[in-house]
Design a protein around this ligand. Structure first.
Ligand code: DX5
Ligand code: ZN
Length: 226
């Protein structure tokens, strides 16, 4: 049964496992179990991005250790070939990149499989590329770094696009989450929140820290206190 994604538009912190110790993923999940809203899982295919990470078998293994909502970010050229496998493995939402094309079809496929449908845009992809699909998505992901690696610097130049997405979602009264991913920490998260983001993915700021639980709460407090 699918896990509860929470209220669309409400503040959510999504630790990204990309910066965790891949030899102890279950332990990493345990460290944020009672504090994370979602768990962000970065899937890279060594084609859409120049890095290779995990696939459905790892998601299935993690599912045995966690009841968290799994937010799967598919940095893949052909995500359509794997959506069903991710669903069966225990994914709750799958986010595809608009740059790979077949966008309408992929989003429909997600929903037909019972997955929440997300659409991601790279930092240099304009709002206009995402705009036609706003009524087909549950989540829009504005990348605040070029995807592929953790630990990169936050790109503030993406914030006007975040503002534009939020404005259009509100105008159209669409209950959609707006996520930012890349270089998110307690300094950048409040800036992204001010622009309209409500889901904050953080990899190195959480799993690169000595105390992932505290680091997650620090990001939440920074967003609340802005
Ligand atoms: C980057 C991934 C991110 C990554 C973020 O391509 O999509 O989810 O884990 O890592 P940080 O928070 O270190 O930028
Ligand atoms: Zn990601």
């Amino acid at each position: 049964m699918a896990r509860d994604p929470g209220v669309p538009g409400a503040l959510k912190i999504a630790p990204s496992l990309l910066s965790a110790d891949f030899g102890s993923l279950a332990e990493a999940v345990g460290e944020v179990a009672n504090v994370a809203d979602w768990l962000h899982i970065d899937v890279m295919d060594a084609h859409f991005v120049p890095n290779l990470t995990v696939g459905p078998p790892v998601v299935a293994s993690l599912r045995r250790h966690s009841g968290l909502y799994f937010d799967c970010h598919l940095m893949m050229t052909d995500p359509g070939d794997y959506l069903e496998a991710f669903r069966d493995a225990g994914a709750d939402g799958c986010t595809v990149h608009v740059e790979v094309g077949r966008t309408g079809e992929l989003l429909d496929e997600c929903r037909a499989l019972g997955l929440r449908a997300g659409l991601a845009a790279n930092p240099d992809t304009p709002f206009e590329a995402v705009e036609p699909y706003l009524d087909k998505v549950d989540l829009v992901l504005c990348m605040t770094v070029f995807p592929g690696f953790g630990g990169q610097a936050f790109m503030a130049e993406v914030l006007p696009k975040v503002t534009e997405v939020r404005r259009r979602l509100d105008e159209r009264r669409l209950a959609v989450d707006l996520e930012v991913d890349g270089g998110i920490d307690r300094d950048s998260a409040p800036r992204a929140a001010a622009a309209g983001a409500n889901v904050f993915v953080a990899g190195s700021a959480i799993f690169g820290s000595e105390r992932p639980w505290d680091a997650t709460e620090e990001i939440r407090a920074a967003v609340r206190g802005r």
